[in-house]
Design a protein around this ligand. Structure first.
Ligand SMILES: Nc1ncnc2c1ncn2[C@@H]1O[C@H](COP(=O)(O)OP(=O)(O)OP(=O)(O)O)[C@@H](O)[C@H]1O
Length: 260
């Protein structure tokens, strides 16, 4: 499914947060969104997930405006994983939470296939055996895995992940991003992922949007976006950027004003 964003602007009340954001993502692509705190990354993802509506501009899925989709279509097309710790403290078991991902697909109750998909999603995230645990009794990383498993179980065309790796240990940071790449490359899904870790952004994405004060400051392949100059302008730090056998390596050195 192709996703197109055309001239999107958004404000919270009278405060403009996104200005004239335009880009597109093709099936099979992993798009990363990076940028400093408050630059508008989460807001952009919430607009793509139709949690928020643009003030101006349009978001298209295969040429159809997102605004015109029915609720069930939104659930089938878009799998949204909110950032860790964002109003997710409702009380249910791990199994119930992941099963919720099947809701857009359910017809007459839960089928064997629904259970098989859920069980595979749990296994991918190393959650097998934790099905009966209560969500509020889990560690924040375990809870984050549950929300990622729920999005996997949803089998959406487009994955929208807001800092999915922020609370995960290094192994699962790699597991989750490798799995998302695989879903894009082998199954033609679109993956859009907000990341703070520039090394992960450099390694696991095909293209990056670098947001700055609500605008796209740079867009393109990671090597073109994650330059020391761009990083300095946007984050105010000196950084060393090297090519490594595993992809781009970004070493944040120090805030610019500390070096004077
Ligand atoms: N519900 C809200 N009401 C009013 N302003 C908001 C709301 N949510 C976010 N903002 C503001 O909108 C701007 C963009 O916020 P957003 O959460 O999209 O940024 P972000 O790039 O995801 O930041 P971070 O890296 O800190 O998660 C910020 O200035 C923020 O204070």
């Amino acid at each position: 499914m192709r996703l197109q964003v055309k001239g999107v602007c958004f404000s919270y009340g009278s405060v403009a947060v996104l200005e004239d954001v335009t880009f597109k993502v093709e099936p099979g692509e992993v798009l990363g969104i990076v940028g400093p705190n408050g630059s508008g990354k989460s807001t952009l993802l919430r607009l793509l997930a139709r949690v928020l509506r643009p003030r101006l501009g349009t978001i298209f899925l295969d040429g159809k405006s997102l605004a015109n989709l029915r609720g069930r279509e939104v659930g089938r097309y878009l799998g949204y994983v909110p950032p860790p710790g964002n109003g997710q403290a409702f009380s249910c078991t791990v199994l119930e939470a992941v099963l919720q991902g099947r809701r857009p697909h359910l017809t007459w109750g839960v089928s064997q296939r629904d259970l098989a998909v859920v069980s595979q999603a749990l296994a991918y995230l190393g959650l097998t055996g934790m099905e009966d645990r209560q969500l509020h009794e889990l560690s924040s990383g375990q809870r984050q895995k549950v929300f990622i498993a729920r999005a996997l179980a949803q089998e959406p065309e487009v994955f929208l992940l807001d800092e999915p790796t922020a609370t995960l240990d290094v192994r699962y940071q790699l597991e989750v991003l490798a799995l998302m790449r695989e879903l894009a490359k082998s199954y033609g899904r679109v993956v859009i992922v907000v990341l703070h870790d520039l090394n992960l952004a450099g390694r696991y994405t095909d293209r990056l949007l670098l947001l700055y004060q609500g605008c796209i400051f740079a867009a393109g392949v990671p090597k073109a976006v994650l330059t020391p100059e761009n990083i300095k302008m946007v984050y105010g730090i000196e950084a060393a950027v090297n090519e490594s056998p595993w992809g781009l390596q970004v070493i944040p050195v120090a805030p610019v004003n500390y070096l004077k």
